[in-house]
Design a binder for this molecule. Structure first.
Ligand code: FAD
Length: 300
């Protein structure tokens, strides 16, 4: 119930628009690294100093105007240039919908091409994040197009989708982030129970560790992490073939501990004013994150 409530809030465009006018509120500042590039670079430097690399996400959803998509493209290119200027250990995560996928496929593709081309110049990796079902196939199509000319792109496999097994096989030669999946998807496309999703999740990670190029294991689930650590040991998977990933502000001690244990660790660093949808999805995933909100309200 609570999950559905927060998921519905995350999709509310009026609240989303209103939130942009205010700074980071309701505890969002604990899970969003900053509202601008300067603050974000400072956060990245702190994580890098702990041996943690970063993937940077310029937050933004519900983009239905070309101007907004072009502004997002310019901002992402500015981040790539800031990464180069400051020589920080970071790459980019981006969402095709923010770059115009809901407006026009070719327009979005061209925006992505420009970003990937700039990033290629600096040897920076671009991860195409995966969104809800309607964006899934077009996002893979964009990846297919981009990978004809560039090798610095990869994407995400969402384990709740039945088709994930075929997708992971098709894209095994890409750097892939494997996640459980963050959106509410219908039963015709996706597993619904935690048991089914967790089972598929572990199978996909194991398969890609054995057969794929590079695997980003993106989860806060200690059971999955412990299982995979053992699997890596049993199968002698080289440490340079995978990394663990978690979101900025979540299980921070575990993030640092994994890095200390010698695993490659990458923190997903979201920034920007468009924090609302991202923050609501995190509350939907784990209502215990409401603590962040409650603490914020009472610590005024
Ligand atoms: P869950 O299934 O949410 O949690 C499992 C268990 O782990 C919980 O029961 C609890 O015991 C423990 N746990 C979880 N969180 C915490 C916490 N904060 N503190 C203490 N214990 C905790 N989804 C997409 O659809 N597309 C993407 O492109 C995408 N990119 C992502 C990138 C990264 C780096 C990460 C980490 C996630 C991404 N996701 C993405 C979200 C993902 O799909 C899941 O929705 C999200 O990670 C929640 O699932 P989980 O695997 O972390 O564990």
């Amino acid at each position: 119930m609570l999950k559905d409530f927060f998921m519905a809030l995350s999709e509310n465009q009026i609240l989303n628009g209103a939130a942009k006018k205010y700074g980071l509120k309701m505890g969002a500042q604990h899970v969003v690294a900053g509202t601008n590039i300067e603050e974000t670079i400072e956060s990245i430097k702190k994580l890098n100093a702990m041996g943690i690399s970063c993937t940077v996400d310029n937050l933004g959803e519900f983009v239905f105007e070309k101007e907004e998509a072009l502004a997002a493209k310019a901002q992402i290119i500015a981040v790539i240039e800031a990464i180069e200027e400051h020589q920080v250990d970071a790459h980019i995560s981006l969402k095709p919908s923010q770059l115009g996928l809901d407006i026009d496929y070719d327009f979005a593709l061209n925006n992505l091409k420009e970003i990937v081309q700039t990033a290629h110049k600096y040897n920076t990796f671009i991860n195409i994040d995966m969104e809800s079902t309607k964006h899934l196939q077009p996002s893979f199509d964009i990846l297919d197009e981009l990978s004809k000319d560039y090798d610095n792109v990869g994407t995400v496999i969402q384990a709740y989708f039945y088709r994930a097994v075929e997708d992971i096989q098709k894209y095994k030669n890409f750097r892939l982030r494997i996640v459980k999946g963050a959106y509410k998807e219908p039963v015709e496309y996706a597993y619904q129970t935690k048991e089914e999703i967790d089972k598929n999740y572990i199978e996909l990670i194991e398969w890609h560790l054995l057969n794929g190029k590079f695997t980003s294991i993106a989860t806060h689930d200690h059971n999955v992490i412990n299982h995979i650590k053992q699997f890596i040991k049993d199968n002698n998977i080289p440490y340079d073939k995978f990394e663990f990933q978690m979101l900025y502000g979540f299980r921070t001690e575990m993030q640092q501990q994994l890095a200390k244990e010698g695993y490659n660790f990458c923190t997903y660093v979201p920034f920007g004013q468009d924090w609302y949808g991202y923050f609501m999805r995190r509350l939907a995933e784990r209502p215990a994150n409401m603590n962040l909100v409650v603490k914020q309200v009472f610590n005024k």
